[in-house]
Every structure is written in C-alpha cells, then in structure tokens.
Write a protein that binds this ligand. Structure first.
Ligand code: ADP
Ligand code: MG
Length: 215
C-alpha cells in the first residue's frame, strides 16, 4: 500500500463548501451537491477503508499522527481536497470548542507522545484496561478534532484497529449512534466533555459496553 504524498497543509478554500450545495457539502472532487448522496459515498468508502486498514497495520504496530492523517486520506482522499490535512478553521459543535486550528500540529505531536505511544500497540487483555486505552485515545483525538470533517469516524477506525490488535472484533457503535440511540449519544458526548478534564471514567465505561456488545 502506497499512500499519496500530498502536502499536509490545507488551504482554506479546500475547506469551503461546494458551490451550489447550500453549505451542506464540503468542496469535493466529484462536484456533488447532495448531502444524502455524499453520505452514501462516505459510508461506502469507510467500509472499503476499514478492510484495507486491517491489511496495513499489524498487531504490533505503534500508531503515529502520520498514520492518522494517512487513514483519513485513505478514506476520503478521492473525494475531498481536505482529506489527510489539518483544518485551518476553528470549529465547535453545539457550543463545545475543539482545539484552536493554530494549535493542532503541536497538539497532535503531544497526542502521539502521550497517548499513541502509551496505548499502542494495543495489547491489553483486561477489559477495563483495554476500554481505558480505546476511550482515552478516542477522547483525546476528538477533542483536538484535527480534520475539517470525519473526525468521529476516523477515531472509530482507530479504535477498531486497536481493538483488533487486542484480539477483539471491530466495534459495533449502534449504542452511541446519534440517530439510532439519542440517549446513548448524549452520554457519549458527556463522556467527551469529561475527557477535557482528563476524567476518562465515563468514556472507559462506554467502551466497556461497546466491547461487550461487539461480537
Ligand atoms: N457537542 C459535542 N461536543 C463534543 N464533541 C462532539 C459534540 N458533537 C459531536 N462531537 C464529536 O465530534 C464527532 C463528529 O465530528 P466530525 O468531524 O463531524 O466526524 P464525523 O463526520 O465522522 O461524524 C462525533 O463523533 C463526536 O465524537
Ligand atoms: Mg461530520
């Protein structure tokens, strides 16, 4: 597998909306304007990417921020110019601010040193320890939110790769799905907010359940 060697720096226009999309779809190589069609394409590519990733990263791989960018690019590189690149715009969701864009590069280096190097390769046998590893890495990546779009699913791909390193199946995320399970999603968002205070107990508990429910 050879990754594209595109520059890692986004230009702001890469992160604009596709003209004519009513600010619903990001600028893309396919000139797609429909949110629904784009969601389907993203979902299809996500499935393809997950299968490819299990061939790329073995059980002893220690993940790096370069891998995180490559995973995002492998998923979305044929669709969006922003794929694999750090965002240059500040963003929040429902008033919760993610890291300032100017800090992302520095924060990702710290993320690699403090979390990826500590928790990968992910060889925990104990369920609580494994859930703690998956949950901590997940929350820390979500809080940085390095990409313009697709951070949640990229973080889930990484959690799946880590689970497989620990001889577990990829996770079933229905429990925290924003559409299928509003209560579960709300608790998941609260767990992310607790992670800002380095309180990982809530996200660990959620990953315990996700691991138990994934077969
Ligand atoms: N209110 C919120 N506060 C903190 N994090 C949130 C909030 N809403 C969503 N998130 C996080 O952001 C992710 C969505 O980010 P996004 O870049 O759109 O990724 P994706 O497109 O893959 O869902 C969610 O999966 C969740 O982890
Ligand atoms: Mg999104």
């Amino acid at each position: 597998m050879v990754f594209k060697k595109s520059g890692r720096y986004s230009v702001p226009s890469d992160e604009d909306y596709e003209p004519g999309s009513n600010d619903e779809v990001l600028k893309n190589f396919l000139n797609i304007h429909s949110k629904e069609i784009m969601s389907e394409i993203e979902q299809r590519e996500l499935g393809r990417t997950e299968l490819e990733l299990f061939q790329i990263y073995d059980a002893d791989h220690q993940f790096t921020v370069e891998d995180i960018c490559n995973i995002h690019e492998l998923w979305l590189g044929d669709i969006y110019p922003m794929a694999g690149k750090y965002r240059t715009v500040n963003m929040d969701k429902d008033g919760f601010p993610f890291a300032a864009s100017a800090q992302i590069e520095k924060l990702m280096i710290q993320f690699e040193r403090n979390y990826l190097q500590q928790y990968t390769p992910c060889h925990f046998n104990d369920l609580d320890q494994l859930a703690n590893a998956l949950g901590t890495v997940h929350v820390e990546l979500i809080i940085i939110h390095p990409f313009r779009e697709g951070n949640g699913r990229t973080a889930r791909l990484l959690a799946d790769l880590m689970a497989v390193q620990a001889n577990k199946p990829p996770l079933n995320y229905a429990l925290i799905d924003q559409v299928e399970n509003k209560q579960g999603f709300a608790e998941y968002i609260m767990a992310i907010h607790a992670g800002v205070r380095r309180d990982y107990s809530l996200i660990r508990n959620i990953f315990v359940t996700l691991l138990q429910q994934s077969v």
